[in-house]
Ligand binder design. Structure first.
Ligand code: ADP
Ligand code: MG
Length: 406
C-alpha cells in the first residue's frame, strides 16, 4: 500500500475531525453510520458528508452501503491519524522512504527536526490471506469480519512494551521511542537482516559477492546466547530467524520484531523455544556449513546444557528463569489482549504455511508439466486412450450392427 504523506498536508482540521469521528464510531460499529459520524464530529458549519467524500477520494475511509449508509477507516486513514498524533507530539516531522515490508507491517524512515532518522513500523494485521485456513468459520463464528485495526493496535502496543523492557535489560534491540495506535517508532538499526548477508551478483562474466559474515562463529554464538538469555529472563521470541536479526558492518547483532513473543510459562513454550533455536542452527548450517552434531556435549562457548543433537535444553534454562514476563504482564498489555492477539497470530502462521504449501504444490506442478518426459508420457497416454476408444467404438458399432441384424 502506498503511503502518500503529501495528502496529509492538504487535509484540513475538519477532515481530521471527521476522520477521528469515524475512528471513535468504530469502537462499537464495524461500519459507522453517517448520522453517527456527523453527531460525533459536530462540525461548526456542518458539511460532514462533503468531508467524508473528500476522505473517500484519498482512500482514508471506505464506504459501505450494504446494510445502511456508513464508513469505516482504512489502514491509510489509521496511518494518518497515528502520524499526525506523533508529529504533534514532536516525535518526528517528516516521513521518508520505505525500508521494509514484513508479512504484516510496513516500515518507513522518519526524520526528526534535528535530522536524526528513526524507523516507523506500521502494523498491518490481516494482510495475510485467511482464505486457506479451514478454521476460519470457527474463528469468525460470532462476527462477520474482524477488526484488524484494533488487533494491529494491540500488536504495536505489545511490540513497544516488549522492546522497551528488553532494552532496559540490556538486550540488543532497537531503542523504543514512542507508540501510537498501530504505529511504533524506534531507532533505525544500521545494517541489514541476516538473511541478506551474502549475495552473489553476476556482473558480466564475473560473479561479485558482497556482505559475507567474517566471523560467522562469533555471530552464531552471540545469537544463541541472546535466545538463551531471553528465556532466562522468562521470554521466547517465537519468530527468531534470519529475517528478524539485523547485522551491521561490525557484525553487531540487533534483534527486531516482537509482537509474537510469549512467556516461558506458555503451554507451547518448549516447542516455540526449540523452533527458534532450530531456525538459527539450520541457517548457519546451510549458509556457513557449520556443523553442530560433532560438538556433542561441548557447549561451544555457551554456558548452558546442550542435548544429544547439540541444542540448548529449554528445560534446563526454564528451571530458574522468569521475571520479565511477569513484569510485562503488568505493563498494561493485559492477559485478554495477549490471548486475542495470539489467536489471530497463530491463524496467520497457519495461513502463511498453507499458502506456502499451495504455492509449492503449484510450482511443483508447473515444473512437472514443463518436464519433457512428462509431456511425452502425456501424449503417449492420450494416443493410447484414443486408440482404445477407437477400438471400443468399432466394437460397439459391430455390436449394434449385430443387434440390428437380429
Ligand atoms: P514483520 O513483523 O512484518 O516481519 P519486521 O519488524 O521484521 O516486520 O520488519 C521488516 C523489515 O523491516 C526487517 O526485515 C528490516 O529489514 C526492516 N526493519 C524493521 N525494523 C527496523 C529498524 N528498526 N531499523 C532498520 N530496519 C528495520
Ligand atoms: Mg519480521
Amino acid at each position: 500500500m502506498k503511503l502518500d504523506v503529501n495528502v496529509l498536508r492538504y487535509l484540513s482540521k475538519d477532515d481530521f475531525r471527521v476522520l477521528t469521528a469515524v475512528e471513535m464510531g468504530m469502537r462499537n460499529h464495524e461500519i459507522v453510520p453517517c448520522e453517527l459520524i456527523d453527531r460525533i464530529a459536530r462540525l461548526k458549519h456542518g458539511g460532514t458528508y462533503k468531508v467524508l467524500k473528500n476522505l473517500l477520494k484519498h482512500k482514508l475511509v471506505h464506504h459501505d452501503s450494504s446494510k445502511y449508509d456508513g464508513f469505516r477507516l482504512t489502514y491509510l486513514g489509521y496511518d494518518f491519524l497515528a502520524i499526525k498524533t506523533l508529529v504533534n507530539r514532536g516525535i518526528f516531522n517528516g516521513v521518508g522512504r520505505q525500508i521494509g515490508v514484513g508479512k504484516e507491517s510496513d516500515i518507513f524512515e522518519v526524520v526528526k527536526e534535528d535530522g536524526t532518522v528513526l524507523a516507523m513500523k506500521l502494523h498491518r494485521l490481516g494482510r495475510v490471506s485467511f482464505r486457506a485456513v479451514k478454521s476460519k468459520r470457527d474463528y469468525l463464528r460470532h462476527r462477520s469480519s474482524y477488526n484488524w485495526l484494533y488487533l494491529s493496535r494491540l500488536a504495536a502496543l505489545k511490540e513497544f512494551a516488549f522492546m522497551k523492557a528488553l532494552e532496559e535489560h540490556g538486550f540488543p534491540v532497537p531503542q523504543a521511542v514512542d507508540c501510537n495506535r498501530h504505529c511504533v517508532i524506534m531507532s533505525l538499526v544500521p545494517g541489514y537482516p541476516l538473511n541478506s548477508d551474502c549475495r552473489t551478483y553476476k556482473n558480466g562474466h564475473n560473479s561479485v559477492q558482497v556482505r559475507e559474515l567474517q566471523n560467522p562463529d562469533v555471530v552464531f554464538e552471540t545469537i544463541i546466547a541472546a535466545v538463551i538469555r531471553l528465556a532466562e529472563h522468562g521470554l521466547i521470541h517465537c519468530d527468531f530467524n534470519e529475517f528478524n536479526i539485523m547485522i551491521d558492518d561490525d557484525e553487531k547483532v540487533t534483534i527486531i520484531d516482537f509482537p509474537q513473543m510469549v512467556s516461558v510459562s506458555h503451554p507451547n513454550a518448549q516447542m516455540y523455544f526449540d523452533r527458534d533455536v532450530e531456525c538459527i542452527y539450520k541457517f548457519f548450517a546451510k549458509r556457513y556449513n557449520m556443523s553442530f552434531e560433532e560438538n556433542e556435549n561441548d557447549s561451544d562457548g555457551l554456558e548452558v546444557e546442550i542435548d544429544e543433537v547439540g541444542r540448548p535444553q529449554f528445560s534446563e534454562i526454564n528451571k530458574n528463569s522468569g521475571f520479565l514476563d511477569k513484569e510485562l504482564a503488568a505493563s498494561g498489555f493485559t492477559r485478554k489482549d495477549q490471548d486475542e492477539l495470539e489467536k489471530v497470530q497463530s491463524r496467520t502462521r497457519q495461513a502463511t504455511k498453507e499458502n506456502g504449501k499451495k504455492f509449492y504444490l503449484l510450482s511443483w506442478q508447473v515444473d512437472f508439466v514443463g518436464n519433457k518426459h512428462f509431456l511425452f508420457l502425456l501424449c503417449y497416454s492420450l494416443l493410447c486412450l484414443q486408440l482404445i476408444e477407437g477400438e471400443l467404438e468399432k466394437q460397439s458399432d459391430s455390436d449394434d450392427e449385430g443387434t440390428a441384424d437380429e
